[in-house]
Each structure stands twice: as structure tokens, then as C-alpha cells.
Design a protein around this ligand. Structure first.
Ligand SMILES: [Zn+2]
Length: 490
């Protein structure tokens, strides 16, 4: 039954066509990531990145990507979104010193879900460094797709850790993308609402956020379908609230029509896709019933638009399934679009005549491995998302989108300078070596770090006098919108 939806040939291939083999992919990985440990019994295990990496190696996919070790994000990179005192706290807190910092632990929500562990700050630097680095690579057109499975930490707030997340690498990466792109689309398929990212861009139209998540008595509790953005950002934050047991077919019956419409109306210059794997069937903390193929179908679909794509990790607490899923999602980047499957089969047939039987057998075996070894089958759990409910959600979201007549534009008064980027070192002999530490992304969003800016996220009616964006001479711009407007002045 699921096959009907999964074999849907919809999707859009623009510009370079549908030949997946032409995509250039950068993959960020730091082998030290496996050494970080949230603590005994904690469900978040950075080890899953190593497991994913091992599978990618085993399947020969690393050879097809440019493998890069991320530059650790620096304090001033963090401060482009996070508050100075919060970043300072993260830098100095250690398991030994935390007893002296009880007041700050409480204030910054660090301690329980988000424990202090050895190397916490460098862990944040690695996770954020990969996402920012991916954005820089996309901005410079060094690749079509960038991947950072250690990123996607969507719950972190400006002044607060939340839901196992300390630093919001996604917000930092989007800020980087906004230096080059007028509009950035953020899509979140983690089972939890992407609250931190939504909040950061709630009142701007330069970033559209779309989150598919379980809603109702579930962490973090936000993401109501009625939450749609505010002021200039109205209708640029979309929420798709779902119930337990959603399967591939139900999920895609919302994902594809909604995302097709978003792409048509918003026409983003870049897409950030948070691929939280806790929406898979059998997740330790999740309640959805997606197979790996169903989850990966979201990646295939968003990739099919041929827009620069940043793929990030996120949740995922049944480790073997997380690794399978993220490995399969890399594989899917290289496969032909479904519409070309027939051509591909003919190609294989012809190839069969000219290849030795032995080699052909190896290729077929590999294909079987991808299809079955990495597959996580759905269970027989009840799907609480009725057809009527899904129809209602889809209709509501499409109605919101119909209110957006055209993609908003920003006049680039001054182009941002090219971000200095280190010499590439992803050559075959030196895949995991450190990039030159002297160069890094160079952002300057200092106003994002002020308490005032934060205050005005909650008080969006506040206005500023000078608008940096042409056509906004009435000054109807809150501080935070001004922040994103300022990106073009750097
Ligand atoms: Zn999650």
C-alpha cells in the first residue's frame, strides 16, 4: 500500500536535469565526535555519527563525496545568534565547575535534559562548525549539497539550552546562507517541533520554516497549526501537527503537496532540511511509524528541486536505525530520479551484455543491500491520523500558502563580501584532515546578540527607525527583521 506513494513520480527537476550522478556533495565529519558522551542512560548518543560514517564507508559512499573535517565554530560565530553570557557560560562550564555555577545552570536550562559533560563546548563547536561550513560551501558554489549529520540541533534558543541542544547550528547556518540568498527555506522532519529555528525567524519573510511533527502533550509543546509567523513573517512559519503512528503514505500525502506549493510560491535560493530520525518507526523516544524509505523520500523530493541543499541531522535515538537512515539518505542523493528508473533498467540491461556476469552480479548484490539491509520496516502500530484529519491539515496549509501571492524580494543594496574559505583539503589522500584554522566564516551579526533584539522577538511590535531594506521606508521593521536585513550590508 505504501508503494503507491513512494513510487510517485512527482517532483521537479530544474536546471541541471535529473541525473543524480552530477550532484557534488560535501560531507562534514569529525572523528572525535564519537568521544562525546551525554552520560549514562541519556538517549542522545553522538556515537550514532560514527555508526553512520562506518556504514557510509562500508557502502563506498565516502568515495563519492568531498569529506571535510569541520572548522570548529568560534565564540563570535555562536554570538551571531546566541547571547554573549550564554556562550561564555558554555565555554567555561565543566563537570567539575558546575557546582559553583548553579544559578547559571538553572538560568540557561543546563543540567537535566541538557547535561554538562566533558568537552561540551568543543562538541558544540564541531556540530555548528559543520553546518556553518556547509552553508559557506553552498554559498561559494563549491557543492550542490552539503551534509552535516552532527548538526540539526533545532531546539536550542538564544539564551537557553533545550531538548539535548545547546547551540542552534541551524540558525547559524541559515544566517550564513542569507548572505548570498534572498530567501532560505527550512524544512524539519524530526518528530519534534523545530521550535528554536521557528522562533529565530518568526517575524521575517526571508526565512520560511516548515515543521512536520507530533503535536499534543509532547515535547516541546509548540507547533500548533495556527502558529504561522507574525508581522512581516506572517504565513512564513508553517506547522504540520501530526498524531501517533503516521505511516509513509499518510506522511507523503501531506509532505509532497505542501512542499510543492511552498517551492512554487516561495522560490527559495537555498534549502535547509533537518532530517531528525526520531520520526522513524521504532524510535526510542518517537511515536511515528515511518520506514527509512518513507523518511528518505522527503530527502529525494527536496533534492529533486535542484536548489542548493544543506542536509542536517537532528533527533534519532534507536542508533542502528539512525545510521541506516542517514546512510540511505546519502545513497538516495546519487540515485536517479524515479522517473528515470525505466531508463536506468534499460541501461543496466545493455550493460549486462557487455559486462562479465560476475561484475553484474556484484552490482545487483549492492543494490539489494541498499534496498534491504538499510531498510527499517514500519510496525503494525495504529495510525491515529485519520484521512479526514490529514485532509483538513493539508487544506489549511494550502490555504495559508494561497495567501502568499509571490516570493518576497530583498534588494541587495550592497553585496556581502566573499567569505574567506580555506584551501580545500578533501583530496583522496587527506580526507579527514583539519582545514586551515586561520580562515573561517566571517559573520558579523552583533546586533543579534543584544538582549534588546531578544526582547523584541517576544515583542514584535517594536519598531526601528532606519530600515536597511529598500521599500520599507515606513520603518515597519522590528529589530530582528532589521537583523536579517543587515546581512546584506556586511
Ligand atoms: Zn526530535
Amino acid at each position: 500500500m505504501h508503494k503507491v506513494a513512494l513510487m510517485d513520480t512527482s517532483g521537479n527537476s530544474l536546471l541541471s536535469g535529473s541525473d543524480g550522478s552530477k550532484r557534488k556533495v560535501c560531507y562534514f565529519y569529525d572523528s572525535d565526535v564519537e568521544n562525546y558522551y551525554y552520560g549514562l542512560g541519556h538517549p542522545m548518543k553522538p556515537l550514532r555519527m560514527k555508526m553512520t560514517h562506518a556504514l557510509l564507508t562500508q557502502y563506498g559512499l565516502l568515495d563519492r563525496m568531498h569529506v571535510l573535517k569541520p572548522n570548529p565554530a568560534r565564540e563570535n560565530d555562536f554570538c551571531r545568534f546566541h547571547a554573549d553570557d550564554y556562550v561564555y557560560f558554555l565555554r567555561r562550564v565543566t563537570p567539575d565547575s558546575q557546582q559553583e555555577l548553579l544559578k547559571q545552570l538553572k538560568r540557561f536550562n543546563v543540567g537535566e535534559d541538557c547535561p554538562v559533560f566533558d568537552g561540551l563546548y568543543s562538541f558544540c563547536q564541531t556540530c555548528a562548525g559543520g553546518s556553518i561550513g556547509g552553508a559557506v560551501k553552498l554559498n561559494h558554489k563549491h557543492c550542490d549539497i552539503a551534509i552535516n549529520w552532527s548538526g540539526g540541533l533545532h531546539h536550542a534558543k538564544k539564551c537557553e539550552a533545550s531538548g539535548f541542544c545547546y547551540v542552534n547550528d541551524i540558525v547559524l547556518a541559515i544566517l550564513e546562507l542569507l548572505k548570498t540568498h534572498e530567501r532560505v527555506l527550512y524544512v524539519d522532519i524530526d518528530i519534534h517541533h523545530g521550535d528554536g529555528v521557528e522562533e529565530a525567524f518568526y517575524i521575517t519573510d526571508r526565512v520560511m520554516t516548515v515543521s512536520f511533527h507530533k503535536f499534543g502533550d509532547y515535547f516541546p509543546g509548540t507547533g500548533d497549526i495556527r502558529d504561522i509567523g507574525y508581522g512581516k513573517g506572517k504565513y512564513y512559519a508553517l506547522n504540520v501537527p501530526l498524531d501517533d503512528g503516521i505511516d509513509d503514505e499518510s506522511y507523503q500525502s501531506l509532505f509532497k503537496p505542501i512542499m510543492s506549493k511552498v517551492m512554487e510560491v516561495y522560490r527559495p535560493g537555498a534549502i535547509v532540511l533537518q532530517c531528525g530520525a526520531d520520526s522513524l518507526s521504532g524510535d526510542r523516544l518517537g511515536f511515528f511509524n515511518l520506514s527509512v524509505k518513507g523518511h528518505a523520500e522527503c530527502v529525494r523530493f527536496m533534492r529533486s528541486f535542484n536548489v542548493p541543499l544543506l542536509l542536517l541531522g537532528g533527533g534519532g535515538y534507536t542508533l542502528r536505525n539512525v545510521a541506516r537512515c542517514w546512510c540511505y539518505e546519502v545513497y538516495i542523493l546519487y540515485t536517479f530520479d524515479k522517473r528515470n528508473v525505466v531508463h536506468f533498467k534499460i541501461f543496466l540491461l545493455v550493460l549486462g551484455f557487455i559486462m562479465t556476469f560476475d561484475r553484474l552480479w556484484k552490482i545487483l548484490n549492492l543494490s539489494i543491500e541498499y534496498e534491504y539491509t538499510l531498510h527499517v520496516a514500519p510496525s503494525n502500530m495504529e495510525n491515529k491520523n485519520s484521512r479526514e484529519m490529514l485532509d483538513g491539515i493539508r487544506a489549511k496549509l494550502l490555504d495559508y500558502l494561497s495567501k502568499l501571492q509571490h516570493a518576497p524580494s530583498v534588494q541587495f543594496q550592497e553585496h556581502p563580501p566573499e567569505t574567506q574559505f580555506p584551501e580545500e583539503n578533501e583530496d583522496e589522500d587527506n580526507k579527514d584532515e583539519r582545514i586551515n584554522d586561520d580562515s573561517d566564516v566571517n559573520l558579523d551579526y552583533e546586533s543579534a546578540t543584544t538582549e534588546k533584539a531578544q526582547k523584541e522577538i517576544v515583542e514584535p511590535k517594536a519598531k526601528v527607525q532606519d530600515s536597511t531594506v529598500a521599500g520599507e521606508a515606513d520603518g515597519d521593521y522590528c529589530k530582528f527583521s532589521k537583523l536579517t536585513g543587515e546581512l546584506i550590508k556586511i
